[in-house]
Design a protein around this ligand. Structure first.
Ligand code: FE
Length: 343
C-alpha cells in the first residue's frame, strides 16, 4: 500500500480514537518491522495537530516461536516512562501480555496495537456501529455468571464467571488507559481459575492460532477445574500437544479468555496464510458468530497465570449461552441488539 493511502486509513483510525490537537502520541516499532506504519501514523497525526514521535527499538535476538509477554521494553525503563507519559501509544510491536503494557495502561496511556498487514487494516476499519454493538455485547457478558458452550461436534463446556472483567475490542480506543487492537470486533472474559469444566471438540474448519492452520480432524479437550487434563485426536491434536509441551510449563494448560466474534467484515474463509502477507489472525478471531476459547495466560484479565504458552481457537457453528440465555446459536448471534448484517 502506498504511503498516501496508508496515511488516509491511519487518519480514519486516529479520528476514531479521538485524537485531538496537541495530544502526545508515540508510535513504537522495532528493528526493520513496520517502519512504514510509523510514517503513515505520523503523517496522519500531523494532520490532526498531534505532537508525535517514533520510538524504535532494536531488532530482538532470534528466538524460537511466539513467547507472549516478552518485549524489548523490559530492559529499557526510560522508554517505558516516556510511554507512560504520553496520551496514546500506537504499538506496532505487540506488547500484549507484557508487564510493560500493563504499567503503561495503568498510567493512563491508551494503547492501540496495529501489527496486521495494511490491506487487512484497510478492509477492517473501525466503525461506530461495530463499536456500539460490541459495547452492548460487553454489557451483556459483564453481567453473566455462567457461560455454557455447546456444538454438534460434542462440545459442552461451562465457564463460571465470578472473577474477571469483560474486555471489548472494536479496533479503536478513545478512553485513557484503554487498550484495543486493529482490526478486531469481539468480546471476551475469563472463567474462574478453578471454574471451567467439560469438553471442547475443535472441529474441522476451526482455526488454531498461532499455528495459523484450519483443523482437518477433531481435537477433543477435556477440561477440569480450569485446566486442560487431556487432548486427543489425530495429527492436529498431536501438533497442539507437541507445541504446548515445548514450553515445559504446566500453566500452559490453563484456560484463558473466552468469548464471541462480532465483526461482519471479517470472514472465516479469508485466513489463508500468505494470501495477504500473513498476519497474526485478527480476522479469524473477529468473524461474526465465531466462539473463541483459548488456553494459557490470564494475566491480561488480571489473573495470576502469565505463562508464555498461548493458543486462540475460533470455532464455527457453536452455541453460547449466558445464564441459560442464548447469545450465539449454531454460529449466529441471536440477540437482536447485537445483530449486524453479515454482507
Ligand atoms: Fe489470546
Amino acid at each position: 500500500m502506498d504511503l498516501t493511502s496508508f496515511t488516509e486509513i491511519c487518519l480514519h483510525q486516529l479520528k476514531m480514537s479521538g485524537v485531538q490537537k496537541d495530544e502526545r502520541l508515540i508510535v513504537l516499532t522495532q528493528g526493520m518491522e513496520r517502519l512504514d506504519y510509523a510514517d503513515a501514523f505520523m503523517a496522519a497525526g500531523q494532520r490532526l495537530g498531534a505532537n508525535m514521535y517514533h520510538m524504535r527499538l532494536p531488532q530482538p535476538l532470534p528466538s524460537s516461536g511466539w513467547a507472549v509477554g516478552t518485549t524489548g521494553l523490559a530492559a529499557m525503563p526510560d522508554a517505558v516512562e516516556a510511554l507512560k507519559n504520553c496520551d496514546m501509544l500506537i504499538d506496532c510491536v505487540f506488547l500484549l501480555f507484557s508487564p510493560e503494557q500493563f504499567a503503561i495502561q495503568a498510567a493512563g496511556t491508551r494503547i492501540l496495537t496495529a501489527v496486521e498487514p495494511p490491506e487487512l487494516l484497510a478492509r477492517m476499519l473501525p466503525t461506530q456501529e461495530i463499536r456500539e454493538k460490541v459495547e452492548i455485547g460487553g454489557e451483556i457478558l459483564s453481567k453473566a455468571k455462567v457461560m455454557r458452550i455447546t456444538s454438534p461436534h460434542g462440545t459442552d463446556v461451562t465457564y463460571k464467571l465470578n472473577t474477571y472483567p469483560t474486555v471489548t475490542e472494536y479496533a479503536c480506543t478513545d478512553e485513557p488507559g484503554r487498550w484495543d487492537h486493529w482490526p478486531s470486533g469481539f468480546v471476551f472474559t475469563g472463567g474462574d481459575d478453578d471454574g471451567v469444566d467439560g469438553q471442547i471438540v475443535v472441529a474441522p474448519g476451526d482455526i488454531l492460532l498461532p499455528q495459523n492452520i484450519y483443523v482437518r480432524d477433531p481435537i477433543t479437550y477435556t477440561i477440569e477445574k480450569g485446566f486442560v487434563t487431556d487432548i486427543r485426536g489425530g495429527l492436529d491434536a498431536e501438533l497442539v500437544k507437541s507445541y504446548m509441551a515445548d514450553f515445559n510449563d504446566p500453566r500452559g494448560m490453563g484456560m484463558s479468555h473466552v468469548g464471541w466474534g462480532m465483526n461482519p467484515h471479517a470472514k472465516w474463509h479469508n485466513f489463508v496464510p500468505g494470501a495477504f502477507g500473513g498476519g497474526m489472525g485478527m480476522e479469524p478471531r473477529s468473524y461474526y458468530g465465531n466462539v473463541m476459547f483459548s488456553t494459557g495466560p490470564n494475566n491480561e484479565l488480571g489473573g495470576p497465570n502469565d505463562t508464555h504458552c498461548h493458543l486462540d481457537i475460533p470455532m464455527r457453528g457453536c452455541s453460547l449461552f449466558l445464564d441459560d440465555e442464548p447469545i450465539v446459536i449454531d454460529g449466529d448471534i441471536v440477540v437482536k441488539d447485537m445483530q449486524m448484517d453479515r454482507h
